[in-house]
Structure formats: structure tokens, C-alpha cells
Design a protein around this ligand. Structure first.
Ligand SMILES: *Cc1c(COP(=O)(O)O)cnc(C)c1O
Length: 398
């Protein structure tokens, strides 16, 4: 028998990783059970996962897909967004948010973000509306909920479709409800950098059973009945292909992981909030620095913990990342600004000073379920030591 040699993430790489899924024996068992069953593609387990997620988020329907980018893409197709349309999105996001607009031939128009939440607001979206605008994608960046109600009201006034990119936000709360509960369409990610992990995986929610049915067809090449439905039907079903679809299917192996992970979301969010509080407390002594925190209208799952460096910080952002790496700590650059990336250089130049500042001056710090408060202190101590570095090297040169 062939043995795979797979490195264990933390053990073999050493130090403090950026992220690490929280898996136990239950996840392993659940996947093995699916493999043993002989049905590994989208089937009964995906359907059970969808129901569990709809219950957790508090929406009537959830459609599981291969990743969150596919979920957002379905959101665009589902709203009939097409060539010539403009879709308002934050530039400050993972590039998938802007990419999906292009997948349907439309043009992303970048809106500024709020300096505290790092999310678009009704005001920053309103500034970008033109006669060609047909939709808005609002992001719950790093798990911090966007203030969706005023954005939804603005979209309703202008007859714009609204999709919530909640890729990072499973377990966050908006106005005391789970993020996604108040949205017509919310898209979630189950990538290992997020919280509930299925390897790759995504989900789109909707309140309408007709829309859910259409999404389910679109994710399986536009077919009227899935392979599993044909297999499990007493009659011989013959499928039809009613519109051009995609292959956006999740597998039953991923859904089995997801079903176990779903039971752990509240414990994971609780632990992340505790670790985030330890970061906030210890970094408070870094004068001029700002860290991610809850907005007054909701609470974050702290999917990512960002630190915005003060202007007079002793080293550049990239030097700080190298400094941390030398000490076995894996930080990352902050969230990117799509409008500053070469892929979007052909779009009309947009001046987004807040976005640019955040993209250039922020770092994401390690945060994962099995991290200890001592690990958090180690990261903070390394940053605090870095902050005194220039003054000490200046002294040496005197
Ligand atoms: C991770 C992420 C995505 C993409 O999710 P995938 O599941 O990797 O496709 C989209 N938007 C945001 C804001 C993200 O953070």
C-alpha cells in the first residue's frame, strides 16, 4: 500500500503559523465514513450540510458550492448582472470580490471604506452610483460585519441588487443576528484561512425557494436533476439542461468535514474573541497603533486580526513581517487594495486614500483556535521590540 507523507503543519514548520484549522478525530471519522459509502461527489451529505448551515445562519435556504468565489459568481448570475453594468465593490478586499464582477462581463467600481470597520458604508457606496450601476457587493472584512441595513435601504431606493460577501464572517453577528440572516444573498467561504473549514468550499444563502432551486441547477451544469437525485429516484429520471450552468459542486467529503465543523463554530468564535482581547490589551501600549475591534452595531468572529501601524513606526511594514518571520512568527500583509494591483490597472484611476493607507500600513497577525495567550504575548512582544529598534540602532550609531 502506498503511504502518503504529509507534513504536519505546525510540528514540521515550527513557530507560530498564521492560521490552522481545528480538526479532531470526529472530522477524520466523518470523511472516512463518506469514502466507505462509495458516494463521494455531491449527494446526501451536501444536502444535510446545507440544512445545518441554513439553520445556523437563520435563513430559509443555503446552497453549497465549491468555494466562495463561485458563490459570489452565482450571486452575479442570479441577479442578471451583465456586460455594460457597473457593480460597486470595496477595493479593500480579497481580489475575488472584484473578479466575480468581471466574470459576468460587468465593471467593478471601487468604493472607499470606513476607517474603523474597513467596510463600505451607505455613504461611500452612494458616492459611486451612476446610471449604469446595477449591483453592490458589500464585504464583512476580516469578519467585522458591515452596516448592511443602511446599504440595503440605499440599494432599494436605487433598485440595485445587493450581495453580501460574508466569506470571512461565519459566526459574526449583525444587530444581534448571525451575519447573513438579514441579507437577500450572503456568500460564505470554508477555506482554511476562514473559520469553518472544508478544505475548499462555499455557500450562498437566499430567502427564495425559486432562487435556491435555480442556484442548485446552475451549480451542476444547469441540469434539472442532479446525479444523486437520478440515482435515488424510484423512476428513471431524464434530466434536461435549461440554461448554461457551471460546475460549482461541493463534494460529500467536504460536506462531512463541514457538518462536524459547524458544531464547533460557537466555540471557535468564543476562543478567537478571547485571543483578540489579549492582542488588543497588549498592543494598547504601542502608541498610535490601531487594532481591529467590534463595531457598535455588531460583533466580530475575528477571522483576521489586523494591526494598523502608526506612521512613525520604527520599520516599514515589510521589514516588520521579516522581523517576525526571523522569530518564527508568520504574519501577513493586510488586506489588499484591488485598485492598486496590476490586474485592475486598466480601470479609471480612483483616489481612495483610506483604502491605500490601510493596504500599505496594516499587518495580519496569527490567530487560530489552538493558539495560546502566551503565543499572543510572544507575537506582541516581538512587535513592541521592533517598535524600539530604530531608536536603539540610532543610539548605536552615535
Ligand atoms: C476568502 C475570500 C473570498 C474567496 O473565498 P474562496 O472560498 O477562497 O473562493 C472572497 N471574498 C473575501 C472577502 C474573502 O476573504
Amino acid at each position: 500500500m502506498t503511504q502518503l507523507t504529509v507534513p504536519s503543519l505546525v510540528g514540521d514548520l515550527g513557530g507560530i503559523p498564521m492560521a490552522k484549522p481545528w480538526f479532531g478525530a470526529e472530522e477524520v471519522e466523518a470523511v472516512v465514513e463518506v469514502v466507505r459509502s462509495g458516494w463521494v461527489s455531491q449527494g446526501a451529505v451536501v444536502a444535510r450540510f446545507e440544512q445545518a448551515m441554513a439553520d445556523m445562519i437563520g435563513v430559509p435556504h443555503a446552497v453549497a458550492v465549491s468555494n466562495c468565489t463561485a458563490a459570489l459568481h452565482l450571486g452575479m448570475v442570479g441577479h442578471g448582472i451583465k456586460a455594460g453594468d457597473e457593480v460597486i465593490v470595496p477595493s479593500l478586499s480579497f481580489v475575488a470580490t472584484a473578479n466575480v464582477v468581471r466574470y459576468v462581463g460587468a465593471t467593478p467600481v471601487f468604493a472607499e471604506v470606513d476607517p474603523v470597520t474597513h467596510n463600505v458604508t451607505a455613504d461611500t457606496v452612494a458616492e459611486r452610483i451612476t446610471p449604469r450601476t446595477t449591483a453592490v457587493i458589500a464585504v464583512d472584512q476580516c469578519g467585522v460585519p458591515a452596516d448592511m441595513n443602511p446599504i440595503a435601504a440605499l440599494c432599494a431606493r436605487h433598485s440595485l441588487a445587493l450581495v453580501e460577501d460574508a466569506a470571512c464572517a461565519i459566526g459574526s453577528r449583525y444587530a444581534s443576528r448571525p451575519v447573513g440572516a438579514t441579507s437577500d444573498f450572503a456568500a460564505f467561504s470554508f477555506h482554511p484561512r476562514k473559520i469553518l473549514v472544508t478544505g475548499e468550499g462555499g455557500l450562498i444563502t437566499t430567502g427564495s425557494s425559486q432562487v435556491a432551486q435555480r442556484m442548485r441547477r446552475l451549480r451542476q451544469h444547469g441540469m434539472s436533476a442532479s446525479s444523486f437525485e437520478r440515482h435515488s429516484s424510484a423512476a428513471a429520471l431524464v434530466e434536461t439542461y435549461d440554461e448554461t450552468g457551471f460546475n460549482f459542486r461541493m463534494t460529500d467529503m467536504q460536506a462531512a468535514l463541514g457538518l462536524v465543523q459547524a458544531t464547533k463554530v460557537s466555540a471557535m468564535v468564543k476562543q478567537r474573541r478571547l485571543l483578540a482581547a489579549a492582542y488588543q490589551e497588549r498592543l494598547a501600549s504601542l502608541s498610535g497603533a490601531v487594532t481591529v475591534r467590534d463595531p457598535d452595531y455588531g460583533s466580530s468572529n475575528y477571522q483576521s486580526f489586523w494591526l494598523l501601524l502608526p506612521d512613525d513606526f520604527a520599520m516599514s511594514r515589510n521589514d516588520l513581517l521579516a522581523w517576525l518571520k526571523q522569530r518564527g512568527i508568520n504574519g501577513r500583509r493586510g488586506v489588499t487594495a484591488a485598485h492598486l494591483e496590476p490586474a485592475f490597472a486598466d480601470l479609471a484611476a480612483t483616489d481612495l486614500p483610506i483604502t491605500k493607507h490601510i493596504a500599505e500600513r496594516s499587518v495580519l497577525l496569527p490567530l487560530y483556535h489552538e493558539m495560546s495567550v502566551t503565543d499572543v504575548e510572544r507575537v506582541c512582544d516581538a512587535i513592541l521590540l521592533a517598535s524600539t529598534e530604530t531608536s536603539r540602532s540610532l543610539e548605536r550609531n552615535l
